[in-house]
Design a binder for this molecule. Structure first.
Ligand code: GLC
Length: 549
């Protein structure tokens, strides 16, 4: 059994992490150079967003060859060197497997287009409906219909994402075999960690039907029963052979019931899952591109229901605030000016002390913020650019649209890592592929490492998880769920208990703690020490964890 409960995983978005050759794009040797920094932080696994050959329409999530390194990131030798050097520091690599779709530049798709029947059955090709409508009414997650014309034929191919990302036909056993070979190819290179991109979308029905509600089609292809079968098969054919494997499934619009099933150890599917419900609490009526503050009571309700259900039913969550698809949490759920440090620390504590495996997204450990770019030209992401057009078409004014993009764009987390206060924050000596957030003079790794700020707090949290079994293995229970500004929970393992209190607001507030905790000891705190009392006053964005042995 792998000890993924004690580990903290660090996500790198290779394009934006560290550029070693001055071409403006981050690369593998750049990551190898920064291993000591990561080792010092205390993380034990690095998840790399895709590094494979790709036309980069969706920054590598559109793969044209699963077994080649894209030259913008370096060579296979560079990859092997990274694996070797990381191992020396006790760090393993987790690769991102995008198995739901390939780029339309993949040789399989090209052969299919050229008329090869074998490869046509690798994709989901369908004719129009009798009345001429598209095969189904499903909407692409990046806007517009999910079907595009297949070459000069009368058929359409399914693309749940960009038009250059064609969905694979998992019902075809040959497709599954090919994909398992891909996973094994990387296992042979010493990789034991895998993140499976939108993996709960692979179990599509044989007959694809319109969404009867007239909605976007999600329920028609998400979490279908076949997903569980395919995951078991994938597990058995690949990573299940390694006792030390760590796997995480990215689950789009999923349910707790399914996530319990995906992760219960005896079912042999995955180690853990990412779900996104807690990152939709600022979507007004489920609409991402709305303009709305986050709903704190909904956020707590989600953390509590997922925390408790996964705990009671022995499922396992991946815990995270940030990734390459999300705005920076400190700008979104914290306060990124006056209380940037305190709120970044508080957000870190909420997940690192909870039940599940915490993930840190590059720059989170130094409190990086959204960049707030002025104009649409400064954004690059395919989803953002599509949405800009769509929202303008829907009648919103350009400034209203920009306000939403500043808050919601995936590019918020894709700006280059801020290493120091030098030119381009030390990310590149060339011209960065994407503009930097302007605050790098004040927010950067060098500065953070010099004092007791966000980075040091993350170091402490990571060390605590390794040391205290109540953090890695304890159960999860909600505490004072109706408090208007505090998110609190209890962890329990045998006689050991941990109470975690987090003030999500800039105003001081009070909370009554269970009397026995007044005798406890403070494990971690983002303000100067204070006495434990039956009624605790919490300052702006204060977090503290009280331990009872
Ligand atoms: C996942 C990735 C995202 C990508 C999409 C399509 O959601 O995290 O970046 O665009 O899948 O592969």
């Amino acid at each position: 059994m792998s000890d993924f409960k004690k580990k903290v995983i660090y996500q790198i978005y290779p394009k934006s992490f560290n550029d070693s050759n001055g071409d403006g794009v981050g690369d593998l040797p750049g990551i190898t150079q920064k291993l000591p920094y990561l080792s010092q932080l205390g993380i034990e696994m690095i998840w790399l967003s895709p590094i494979y050959a790709s036309p980069q329409k969706d920054n590598g999530y559109d793969i044209s060859d699963y077994c080649q390194v894209d030259p913008i990131f370096g060579t296979m030798d560079d990859f092997e060197e990274l694996v070797t050097e990381a191992k020396k520091l006790g760090i393993e690599i987790m690769l991102d497997m995008v198995l739901n779709h390939t780029s339309t530049e993949h040789i399989w798709f090209k052969k299919a287009l050229a008329g090869d029947k074998k490869y046509q059955d690798y994709y989901l090709l369908r004719p129009a409906q009798a009345d001429g409508r598209l095969p189904t009414n499903w909407v692409s997650k990046f806007g517009g219909p999910a079907w595009a014309r297949f070459g000069q034929t009368d058929l359409y191919y399914l693309h749940l994402f960009d038009v250059t990302q064609a969905d694979l036909n998992w019902r075809n056993p040959e497709v599954r075999k090919e994909l398992y070979q891909v996973v094994n190819f990387w296992r042979e290179k010493g990789v034991h960690g895998f993140r499976f991109d939108v993996i709960n979308l692979i179990g599509k029905d044989e007959v694809l039907l319109d969404d009867p509600t007239g909605g976007d089609g999600k329920p028609m292809y998400t979490d279908r029963p076949l997903v569980h079968e395919y995951l078991k098969e994938l597990n058995e054919a690949t990573f299940g052979k390694d006792a030390s494997s760590v796997t995480v499934g990215e689950m789009s619009a999923t349910s707790i019931e399914n996530c319990v099933l995906y992760t219960q150890p005896q079912r042999k599917e995955l180690s853990m899952v990412f779900n996104f419900h807690h990152l939709k609490v600022d979507y007004l009526n489920g609409e991402k591109w709305s303009d709305s503050p986050f709903n704190f009571s909904q956020l707590k309700e989600l953390f509590h229901s997922w925390g408790e259900t996964m705990s009671e039913q022995n499922g396992w969550n991946a815990l995270f605030w940030n990734n390459h698809d999300q705005p920076r949490a400190v700008s979104r759920f914290g306060e990124d000016q006056q209380y940037r440090i305190q709120s970044a620390q508080m957000l870190a504590a909420t997940i690192h002390l909870s039940r599940g495996t915490p993930y840190i997204y590059q720059g989170e450990e130094i409190g990086m913020t959204n960049p707030n770019f002025e104009t649409i030209e400064e954004y690059q992401d395919v989803e953002t650019l599509n949405m800009y057009q769509e929202l303008i078409k829907n009648g919103l004014g350009p400034e209203q649209v920009m306000k939403r993009i500043r808050a919601k764009s995936r590019d918020n987390s894709r700006t280059p890592m801020q290493w120091n206060a030098e030119k381009n924050a030390g990310f590149t000596t060339g011209t960065p592929w994407m503009k930097l957030a302007p605050n790098y003079l004040e927010v950067n790794a060098k500065m953070e490492q010099g004092h007791t700020g966000v980075y040091a707090f993350y170091q402490e949290l990571i060390a605590l998880r390794k040391k205290y079994a109540v953090i890695s293995d304890g159960s999860y229970e909600k505490y004072e769920p109706d408090h208007p500004s505090i998110y609190a929970y209890l962890r329990r393992l045998g006689t050991k208990r941990l109470l975690v209190l987090n003030n999500f607001y800039a105003e001081q507030t009070e909370i009554t703690i269970p009397t026995e905790f007044v005798q406890g000891s403070v494990l971690i705190h983002n303000y100067a020490k204070k006495k434990l009392e039956a009624v605790m006053t919490l300052r702006p964005y204060e977090t503290l964890a009280i331990y009872l042995d």
